[in-house]
Ligand binder design. Structure first.
Ligand code: FAD
Length: 348
């Protein structure tokens, strides 16, 4: 959905804290929609050093805990449609957007399809025979699964192009800059959107549902013959996701683990496990290994908040777990809806 510019926000000063995929998409959608607003991005890290940059950028709602399914559907489907529209553009290679077939298997009993299933291309549940054949091939017992056509939006390509748009629309980027307390932004800005990811742990008091890390370790190999995604979605599972110049092999999901160094035992799990899925990967040249921290919560925090004793309008947009790219565009649109409401209420 395109953002139609809305008048009435001329001269409004908006700060977005955090230039990961969530912050950058939020900043650009705020510029597109709130005509004349002055948007500033304040961030400690920039691409290629944000969490999404290490990921494969796969569209697949993952590790979202108790986030309400209706919201996941709203945000994820809007992002899916946007990525399809980017994939159709002549500049899709520069944006890093690819359309890819996906097979996902699990060890859960078969259940109803997820609510987003009717909105993606070709969602089909795997049948008993397919699960049996894959189980025999991979030496694991799969009990349910599906296939679909999905997208990858590689943040190392997508984020620079979004930042270029941000600058060309007059956005100001302040980097490296660490916000110690949101209240300190009062006076300089009318509103702030908190897109600090895991950094929100220090920035906001959020005792009911604090953000915490889910560590993920992956490897990138050179294997240009691999053109499809395969996911084992259960504890101890592996995954294979092709990107444009490499293939991402995963992975781990270690809760409350802050270690960003690569661990040999995880490398063994990733490389050995993916070769179990696809023996041809055994000889694929290893390009790089990386460990990153997913910013997780019980549920994504996307809401407005009035700070006691402060006139600053705050919108939170963080805690996207293993699906920050998958939800990014939809969450950015929702965050801008909330910004509009907050700034309009303040005018009234
Ligand atoms: C191994 C791995 C694989 C993944 N694969 C996928 C995938 O395929 N698809 C998918 O959708 N998701 C995936 N994810 C999850 C995804 O990467 C994250 O959900 C997403 O990157 C979070 O984006 P973010 O912008 O909220 O956080 P971040 O990218 O962490 O950005 C936060 C930003 O805030 C800044 N910041 C923090 N605190 C402050 C402060 N106090 N002041 C100023 N700036 C601050 C940081 O410097 C940074 O720029 C993966 C994650 C991992 C670790």
């Amino acid at each position: 959905m395109e953002d139609a510019p809305v008048a009435g926000y001329e001269g409004k000063r908006i700060a977005v804290v955090g230039a990961g995929v969530v912050g950058v998409t939020t900043a650009v959608r705020a510029q597109r929609r709130l005509a004349g607003a002055e948007v500033t991005l304040l961030s400690e890290q920039l691409t290629p050093h944000t969490t999404g940059d290490g990921s494969a950028g796969l569209w697949e709602p993952y590790l979202l805990a108790d986030t309400p399914p209706a919201l996941v559907q709203r945000w994820a489907v809007e992002t899916y449609r946007h990525l399809v529209s980017l994939w159709r553009r002549p500049e899709a290679p520069e944006l890093g957007v690819s359309l890819v077939p996906l097979v996902c298997v699990s060890q859960q009993p078969p259940g109803p399809p997820p609510p987003w299933a009717p909105h993606v291309l070709g969602f089909t549940a795997l049948d008993h025979h397919q699960l049996g054949a894959l189980s025999a091939e991979h030496g694991r017992r799969y009990t349910s699964g599906f296939s679909m056509v999905t997208l990858t939006a590689e943040p190392t390509r997508w984020l620079p192009s979004l930042l270029e748009e941000f600058r060309s629309r007059g956005g100001k980027l302040v980097h490296p800059y660490s916000v110690r307390d949101l209240r300190l932004l009062e006076g300089e800005y009318d509103a702030v959107v908190n897109c600090a990811g895991l950094g929100a742990a220090k920035l906001v008091k959020d005792d009911d549902d604090p953000v915490f890390p889910i560590r993920g370790q992956v490897a990138r190999v050179y294997a240009p013959w691999i053109k499809h995604v395969f996911l084992e979605e259960f504890s101890g599972g592996n995954y294979v996701i092709p990107n444009i110049d490499s293939v991402v092999l995963g992975g781990t999901s270690q809760h409350r683990d802050w270690e960003c160094d690569v661990r040999p035992e995880d490398s063994e799990h990733v490389l050995g496990g993916c070769a179990r899925l696809l023996p041809a990967l055994r000889g694929a040249p290893l390009l790089v290994q990386w460990a990153g921290l997913r910013p997780a919560r019980r549920r994504v925090r996307l809401e407005a908040q009035r700070l006691p004793g402060s006139a600053l309008k705050v919108v939170h947009n963080y805690g996207h777990g293993g699906a920050g790219i998958t939800l990014s565009w939809g969450c950015a649109g929702h965050a801008v809806d909330l910004l509009q409401q907050e700034l309009t209420a303040c005018k009234l």
